[in-house]
Design a protein around this ligand. Structure first.
Ligand SMILES: Cc1cc2nc3c(=O)[nH]c(=O)nc-3n(C[C@H](O)[C@H](O)[C@H](O)COP(=O)(O)OP(=O)(O)OC[C@H]3O[C@@H](n4cnc5c(N)ncnc54)[C@H](O)[C@@H]3O)c2cc1C
Length: 331
C-alpha cells in the first residue's frame, strides 16, 4: 500500500495512444497545482497503463511532487474495472483530500465504482473547483441541462471529482521534476475482458482536443452535408461535430455528438452550421473560444451564444466560405 506524509490532491491521468498525457490531463495537473498551493498538501499523479513510463516522466516534468506509476498489461485487457480496483488501492493508502480525473466516458464509468467502494462523495462534470480560505473545496457544475450552475461542498474526508475539458489551466513551470514511484498493480480476474480494440484511422484531431470544430445540425438535411463540413474541417485542421438529431438519424457518427449526452468540447473556434442552439447542445460547447453560427432563422438561439452570426441558407454560404478559407490558408 502506498502512503504519503501530507497527501493533498491525487490526479488520475489519461494517456493517448503514443503513450503521452492527453491535453486535458495536462490542464487538470495545472488546476490541481493551483489548488494544492491553498491546501498545503502534496500533488500526486497516478499514471496507469500498459507501457506508461513515458507518461510518468511527462507528469513528473509538469511539477507533480510524486508520480505513482502502475504499469501493467492488465490495464489493456480488463477495461475500467482494473482501473477502479487499483485507484481504490492507492486512495486507501494515500487518503488524499481530493481525487480528480478528466471528465471522460471512461471516468464516468470508473469514478462511480471508486466512490462507491470508498464510500465517499463524487462530483461529476465540474466546470470549476476552488478552495475557500478555510480550505473548504467548492465544486461548481452545470445543472438543469446546463441552464444553471450549482456549487457543492463535500463533507467527506476524500472527495472525488471529474473535471470538464476547458476548466483546467496550464501547469506553471516549477523548475524541478517530481519523483516517480512504481506501485504494485493489483492483478485479478475481472468480469469484463477486452478481447480486441479497433481504432478508427484518425482523419484529423480528436474532437475533444481539436482547436477548431465544425459542427452540423438537423438543418443540414442529410449525410451529404457532413461531407461538406468534413472538407472545411480538414482545411482548418479541425474536427467535425454534430448535434444529436444527425447522430440519431445516422447522418453522423454518434461519437461526434456534442452536448450534455455527447462530448464536451472547448475549441478555440466552434462553427455551428444549421444548429438551433438548444441548451442540451450549448452545454457541450459553451467553453469554446470564438463561436460562429450559420442558420437561416434569425431567431435561432444559437445566435445568443455566437460571436459571429450569418443568417442564410448554409448551402449558399458554406461553399464560398470554404473556398475563401482555402484561399487565405493557401491550401
Ligand atoms: C435528455 C436530452 C438530452 C439531449 N442531449 C443532446 C446533446 O447532447 N446534444 C444535442 O445537440 N442535443 C441534445 N438533445 C436534443 C436537443 O434538445 C435538441 O433537440 C437538439 O440539440 C436540436 O438539434 P439541431 O439544432 O440540430 O436541430 P433543430 O432544433 O431541428 O434545428 C435545426 C436548425 O437548422 C436550421 N436550418 C434548417 N435549414 C437550414 C438551412 N438550409 N440553412 C441554415 N440553417 C438551417 C433551422 O433554422 C434550425 O435552427 C437532448 C435532448 C434531451 C431531451
Amino acid at each position: 500500500m502506498v502512503s504519503c506524509e501530507s497527501p493533498g490532491i491525487l490526479v488520475l491521468t489519461e494517456l493517448v495512444d503514443n503513450g503521452l498525457l492527453t491535453t486535458r490531463t495536462r490542464l487538470l495537473v495545472g488546476l490541481a497545482q493551483y489548488l494544492t498551493a491553498g491546501l498545503h498538501g502534496e500533488l500526486i499523479a497516478l499514471v496507469t497503463g500498459n507501457g506508461a513510463a513515458k507518461a510518468a516522466r511527462e507528469a513528473a516534468s509538469l511539477g507533480v511532487d510524486t508520480v505513482l506509476l502502475a504499469d501493467s498489461p492488465s490495464f489493456g485487457t480488463s477495461g475500467t474495472e482494473a482501473l477502479a480496483a487499483n485507484i481504490c488501492e492507492v486512495c486507501a493508502g494515500l487518503r488524499p483530500r481530493l481525487v480528480v480525473a478528466p471528465h471522460t466516458q471512461a471516468a464516468q464509468d470508473f469514478m462511480p465504482m471508486v466512490a462507491f467502494r470508498l464510500g465517499t462523495a463524487l462530483v461529476t462534470d465540474c466546470v470549476g473547483i476552488t478552495a475557500r480560505e478555510d480550505s473548504t473545496l467548492v465544486f461548481t457544475k452545470p445543472i438543469y441541462g446546463g441552464n444553471a450552475l450549482a456549487e457543492f461542498v463535500s463533507g467527506s474526508p476524500t472527495t472525488l471529482a471529474t473535471v470538464r475539458i476547458g476548466s483546467g489551466r496550464e501547469p506553471t513551470e516549477c523548475g524541478h521534476a517530481g519523483s516517480i514511484v512504481p506501485v504494485p498493480v493489483r492483478e485479478g480476474r475481472y468480469r469484463l475482458e477486452v478481447l480486441e480494440s479497433k481504432h478508427d484511422e484518425p482523419s484529423g484531431p480528436v474532437l475533444e482536443e481539436a482547436g477548431v470544430v465544425v459542427a452540423g445540425g438537423r438543418g443540414l438535411g442529410g449525410p451529404e452535408g457532413f461531407d461538406k463540413l468534413r472538407g472545411l474541417a480538414d482545411t482548418l485542421g479541425g474536427a467535425v461535430g454534430a448535434s444529436r438529431p444527425p447522430c440519431d438519424l445516422g447522418w453522423a457518427d454518434p461519437d461526434t455528438q456534442v452536448g450534455i449526452t455527447g462530448k464536451i468540447v472547448a475549441p478555440d473556434i466552434y462553427i455551428a452550421v444549421a444548429i438551433s442552439g438548444s441548451s442540451q447542445h450549448l452545454t457541450g460547447m459553451s467553453d469554446s473560444g470564438t463561436v460562429v453560427a450559420l442558420n437561416n432563422d434569425p431567431d435561432a438561439c444559437i445566435f445568443n451564444a455566437a460571436d459571429y452570426g450569418v443568417v442564410a441558407d448554409w448551402q449558399q454560404v458554406l461553399p464560398a466560405f470554404s473556398r475563401k478559407v482555402r484561399e487565405l490558408l493557401g491550401s
